[in-house]
Write a protein that binds this ligand. Structure first.
Ligand code: HEM
Length: 190
């Protein structure tokens, strides 16, 4: 069953650490393998995200009603977002040596999702977890624990830049009952 972490978790302080050269290389090598199948992997990530966390579909007018993974896979809006997510991540990964660039790309993503799409920031944490899961599976034959740690670090970097952008634009958490279906909130579990 879907579990969406609550406000306390969103507010938990995240530390943003720069990746070492070795970590950058580990991330870039694995990403190159995954990005070779950019569209397929991007769609697989988003389908898994929406199947496991259906409340995340609320932001997408054209497929929020879809439940079947196969139907989701064929949705042009989902496929477009998959390519956009992969494209933005590719820019981040390609520019890991340039913290200012990483920060400006993620600030733009964060601001647009706060102001235009009004996405609760916790979904970035959830989606980045799914991204890591799929990358680990795609690279299963060569994904040592150092590489896994490097990706976890990048996940923290991404989330802290995105949430910093949310704070900068004065994001106020939407009332859970209006934005996140009650059934998906941890407090509704018995
Ligand atoms: C790493 C995470 C993500 C990246 C890099 C990303 C990137 C993008 C980009 C580049 C766009 C198009 C430009 C724009 O309108 O801002 C976009 C649109 C959008 N994103 Fe994301 N996104 C991410 C996560 C999410 C999440 C978690 C949600 C919601 C659960 C979301 C919902 C949307 C919506 C609703 C749109 C507009 C879609 C449309 O008009 O068809 N995004 N995203």
């Amino acid at each position: 069953m879907e579990k969406v972490p609550g406000e306390m978790e969103i507010e938990r302080r995240e530390r943003s650490e720069e990746l070492s050269e070795t970590e950058r290389k580990a991330v870039q090598d694995t990403w190159a393998r995954v990005y070779a199948n950019c569209e397929d992997v991007g769609v697989a990530i988003l389908v898994r995200f929406f199947v496991n966390f259906p409340s995340a579909k609320q932001y997408f007018s054209q497929f929020q009603h879809l439940e079947e993974p196969l139907e989701m896979e064929q949705s042009p809006q989902l496929r477009k977002h998959a390519l956009r997510v992969m494209g933005a991540l590719n820019t981040v990964v390609e520019n890991l040596h340039d913290p200012d660039k990483v920060s400006s790309v993620l600030a733009l993503v964060g601001k647009a999702h706060a102001l235009k799409h009004k996405v609760e920031p916790v979904y970035f944490k959830i989606l980045s977890g799914v991204i890591l899961e799929v990358i680990a599976e795609e690279c299963a034959n060569d994904f040592p624990s150092e590489t896994q740690r490097a990706w976890s670090k990048l996940r923290t970097v991404i989330y802290s830049h995105v949430t910093a952008a949310y704070k900068e634009v004065g994001w106020v958490q939407q009332l859970p009952t209006t934005n996140i279906p009650e059934a998906t909130l941890p407090s509704s579990r018995s």
